[in-house]
Design a protein around this ligand. Structure first.
Ligand code: SF4
Ligand SMILES: [Zn+2]
Ligand SMILES: [Zn+2]
Length: 349
């Protein structure tokens, strides 16, 4: 197998591109695909300040590495979710990557501990309120990424979602014909009204390609998945799409990019609801109190009263409280969705 660029020994073949590359030309190809996505979807410009949402996994660390390599002003934010050994190992990978690869290029790493900043972690959320861990986790991540980006003046938050992730989300939305999520599925979520813009620069690259880039460039990442990801429906969709790809290389890309180019334009994007500032933290919300503050209040009540239900007079923890003592726990655990659909904001990879 020979590299199509230099005829040297190839280290990877990409059937969907009918191509094979040596190490040097694969790295060049990969970075070119990231640059192409940034330009194709007008994600950001050379002067924008980017906050990369890193988890310690391959996708987000590779994204940070490539953006720095391409000369962008890219800092990162890591949230310690308090998920047992998984979070401990992830924290170590992120800190080491920062020390060895990002700090020498002048990039900062922000770390927020969910427990230290807001009084609970994802495992406690799972144990104390009847809320699936991924629901509490996803809500917390979306909230903290936006808050840190807005507070610290970043122009855009970049996440490591790749072609496999986005094609799986599309398949899930198509299977349910979820028209409002389909209409919003796009690699750029516009900012404004208190929300920072969110972008997915790895959308042209597969999981396999990202893993290969990590190995070939020495990006050390946590290989284990979050324990709460076991059995996720997205794995079934990814598996189905991979089987299709095996039979018909390029199918995944066709499925997603034909949707971007043709399908999505037929759909009407619903207006976002009117937003106001959360009474406690100031973040945008369609109601009086944002979903994160409602969840936080409920969780803290449960943590303080192990045997009982939610107290009526607790207030959200963490971000600036303006009026402590309001009966926010009446909102209950099934908090109303915020203005951004979870399927789009997604988890950090
Ligand atoms: S699988 Fe992802 S969203 Fe779910 S708890 Fe783990 S990190 Fe959070
Ligand atoms: Zn080559
Ligand atoms: Zn709030």
């Amino acid at each position: 197998m020979r590299c199509i660029k230099c005829r040297g020994k190839a280290v990877i073949d990409l059937r969907r591109h009918n191509a094979a590359f040596c190490r040097e030309h694969f790295v060049e190809f990969f970075q070119g695909q990231v640059r192409r996505a940034i330009e194709q979807f007008r994600m950001f410009g050379p002067d924008d300040r980017i906050l990369v949402a890193v988890s310690g996994g391959k996708d987000s660390l590779v994204l940070w590495e490539v953006l720095l390599h391409l000369g962008y002003r890219a800092d990162a934010l890591y949230i310690d979710l308090g998920i047992g050994d998984y979070s401990a190992a992830s924290t170590e990978k992120v800190r080491r990557f920062h020390q060895q690869r990002a700090a020498p290029l002048g990039a900062d790493l922000h770390v927020v501990s969910l427990k230290a900043a807001y009084g609970f972690d994802v495992d406690e959320a799972r144990d104390r309120v009847r809320r699936p861990p991924c629901s509490a986790c996803g809500l917390s991540k979306r909230y903290i990424f936006n808050k840190v980006a807005v507070d610290r003046g970043y122009d855009v938050v970049a996440t490591g979602h790749n072609l496999d992730d986005e094609a799986a989300v599309l398949l899930g939305n198509v299977l349910r014909w979820n028209m409002s999520y389909l209409a919003r599925q796009w690699p750029v979520l516009p900012g404004g009204r208190g929300f920072v813009r969110k972008v997915k620069p790895l959308v042209r690259l597969t999981e396999r390609e990202t893993a290969a880039y990590a190995v070939l460039t020495g990006v050390d990442y946590i290989v284990e998945e979050c324990p709460h990801a076991v059995g996720a429906t997205s794995h079934v969709y990814k598996d189905l799409l991979n089987r299709l790809e095996q039979q018909s290389p390029g199918s995944k890309h066709q499925f997603l990019f034909q949707f971007y180019q043709q399908g999505r334009s037929q759909l009407k994007v619903e207006e976002r609801p009117d937003l106001r500032s959360c009474r406690y933290c100031g973040q945008p919300t369609p109601g009086d109190v944002c979903a994160f503050c409602r969840m936080t209040a409920l969780l803290l009540d449960q943590l303080e009263q192990p045997g009982g239900g939610a107290a009526m007079d607790s207030s959200p923890a963490g971000a600036q409280r303006s009026t402590p003592g309001a009966p926010v726990s009446q909102a209950g655990p099934a908090a109303a969705p915020e203005a951004e659909p979870a399927s789009e904001a997604g988890a950090v990879n």
